[in-house]
Write a protein that binds this ligand. Structure first.
Ligand code: GDP
Length: 463
């Protein structure tokens, strides 16, 4: 375990609070804090114990030490701490002035102020966790919905990286054998058992594929699900948006095609964030302003991960409904078919339209705010059909991870094709090395300082 120079930072959010926590980590963190702590001798206390006392300023000319604050100091001895170094957590009163005084006092004793993410970087360097987990710490701190919080927690607990590490080690053993074959040059030797190698590569790809596929869900969880509401003018899209957001965000009007601007807002359902996008409708443009609106609608539909198709149950012609269903189906996006104005239609009409659509319709009345819970449940269910979200299994939320997962997969696919076509060992070794490079960068076994700096600089100070 390495203990680096002592660093300190405020670990809690800046601003006024009941308490604030300052974290100190590194060589001599405990004895340094002890120099201006009055209470028990911290250097003689066991790990994971908390001690009440006061922190003191340097003695003035008359030898008097003024009190900075009454604090509770918790000590963690290496390697049983977050960074695996000696760590002191000082809980003081949450005033900006006190925090600054304590940090200044620490720097007087030779402690350096930490850079963003430096605590987590040390934890990573000391093998506390791998890079995927370190990045999960950042995501956990930044998570603002239940689902993104759960995804980050799963990764922090080891997620997919442990499994990949084992497979990577097995692949390294094979690459060593293939490279040994290269040393024999012209001689026709095969140390690496080709069938076993193929099997291993297939196994790795089997682990990679659900992870790669989870990225779109994972990304949605982290960044929200872009959801578009489409339908003909007067279907009630603006009314629905208002009902869902419970505020007057959209212009409701009796004139067809007045919702010209695309309005975006967020809706949280079951801990999932839906980014709602209202649109100008799907009908043919009749004037220029509307044309811009429709162009943007189609753009938004391309950007959306989920489509809410809303139709006017009172006024839609049965053939139009059939065409609309066909149209939204061909968009290839997951969608929900929503029938509006339930308050104004009778059971016979409802049945007729259901027969024509020949798929489930969620019926609502946007104006009367009825059955909106069914609509919300359907939205949530659409996103949660991905089993990973329900079971809490690993979901890839990070673009860097996604890049290396697909990089590994592509290299392995090439290597397998190579095996099938009987390529020479040097070609095989090249693809395998590319796969290993991606796998290593994923879990942090291969890192460059630049990469580490860029990852950890995204953290906030004190993490
Ligand atoms: P948009 O063009 O699709 O955005 O449609 P609007 O939200 O502007 O609504 C068009 C018209 O339908 C307005 O007069 C609304 O009051 C009316 N409307 C919307 N929802 C309902 C509903 O649930 N029931 C009834 N009866 N009328 C509705």
């Amino acid at each position: 375990m390495i203990q680096l120079d002592p660093i300190a930072a405020l670990a809690t959010a800046p601003g006024i609070g009941a308490i604030a926590v300052i974290r100190v980590s590194g060589q001599d963190a405990i004895s340094i804090t002890n120099r201006f702590f009055r209470g028990r001798d911290l250097t003689r206390q066991a790990s994971h114990t908390a001690h009440f006392g006061t922190l003191r300023n340097r003695p003035d000319a008359s030898g008097e030490e003024t009190i900075i604050d009454e604090v509770l100091v918790t000590i963690f001895r290496a390697p049983r701490s977050f960074t695996k170094e000696d760590v002191v957590e000082i809980s003081c009163h949450g005033s900006e002035f006190i925090i600054q005084q304590i940090l200044r006092r620490l720097t007087e004793e030779g402690v350096r102020l930490a850079r963003p993410g430096e605590f987590t970087q040390r934890a990573f360097l000391n093998g506390q966790f791998d890079l995927v987990q370190a990045e999960a710490v950042a995501d956990l701190i930044a998570s603002d919905s239940d689902a993104s919080h759960r995804a980050a927690l799963t990764q922090l607990r080891g997620g997919f990286s442990r499994q990949l590490k084992t497979l990577r080690q097995q692949l390294i053993d094979f690459v060593a054998l293939v490279e040994l074959e290269l040393d024999f040059g012209e001689e026709d030797v095969e140390f690496a058992h080709r069938d076993q190698l193929r099997q291993l590569m297939l196994d790795i790809r089997r682990v990679l594929h659900p992870l790669i596929e989870s990225f779109s869900t994972g990304n949605a969880i982290k960044n929200g699900v872009p959801t578009v509401i489409v339908g003909k003018p007067n279907a009630g899209k603006s009314t629905l948006l208002n009902a869902l957001l419970n505020e007057e965000k959209a212009i409701v009007s009796d004139i067809p095609g007045t919702t010209r601007d695309v309005i975006e807002d967020e809706l949280f359902i079951d801990g999932i964030r839906f980014r709602l996008i209202d649109t100008a409708g799907l009908r043919q443009a009749t004037d220029t302003i509307e044309a811009i609106g429709i162009e943007r609608t189609q753009q938004k539909m391309r950007d959306a991960s989920l489509v809410i198709y809303l139709f006017d149950g009172l006024n839609i012609a049965p053939t139009d409904l059939r065409d609309a269903v066909a149209e939204v189906r061909t968009s290839g996006k997951p969608y929900l078919l929503i029938g509006n104005k339930l308050d104004a239609i009778d059971a016979g009409r409802k049945e007729e339209l259901e027969g024509i659509a020949s798929e489930p319709i969620v019926w609502i009345s946007a104006a009367r705010h009825t059955h909106l819970d069914e609509l919300k449940a359907a939205l949530s269910a659409r996103v949660r059909t991905d089993a990973a979200v329900q079971t809490g299994s690993a979901v890839v939320t990070n673009a860097r991870h996604y890049e290396h997962l697909t990089g590994t997969d592509n290299a392995l696919a090439r290597a397998i094709t190579g095996l099938d076509t009987g390529v020479t060992p040097d070609w095989l070794a090249m693809d395998l090395r590319v796969a290993l490079q991606h796998l290593g960068e994923l879990t942090g076994e291969i890192t460059t300082d630049d990469l580490l700096d860029s990852i950890f600089s995204k953290f906030c100070i004190g993490k």
